[in-house]
Design a protein around this ligand. Sequence first.
Ligand code: HEM
Length: 131
Amino acid sequence: MAEAGKKQNKIYVVYLQQVLDVTDFDHPGPKENITDNVGKDITELFEDAEHSNYAIELCQKYVIGQLADNTGKLLQNDFIQMSKEEEELHKQIENKIDIKKPLISQVKKLTNKEFMFFVKRPRFMESHDGI
Ligand code: HEM
């Protein structure tokens, strides 16, 4: 994930299994808390620093996607609320798409609705670019 960010000159960090793009975020705390943790999971550090509710809400503003496991399946997370319908759709999508393989030909297999849900929750895996 750090690599995916580096390629695009972006600063990505992980918070509660969500990928945050904090490239344009000017951290009011020590800047190195972010710059030392590019591509890393900052959940524990973030919580240890006892951030305000405002800071927690701010994190949501920077979410660009979710972490996936090493097969590309979205990781479950209490933080992310999905309707039953959305959960079912993601199961269907995971059966049709292998995000480690070239995507264009695979995306053709999706219905319009599946495609919309797929792009709405971009997936990120270690050492792969995200979609
Ligand atoms: C990337 C997501 C992060 C966001 C959106 C964020 C946001 C903020 C905000 C808004 C504040 C001002 C005080 C508050 O409202 O709580 C703050 C302060 C602070 N943050 Fe973060 N932070 C992030 C990551 C981190 C990380 C990873 C660390 C620690 C390793 C950290 C350590 C601190 C510290 C120590 C302060 C207090 C500074 C002071 O009071 O002098 N932050 N952060």
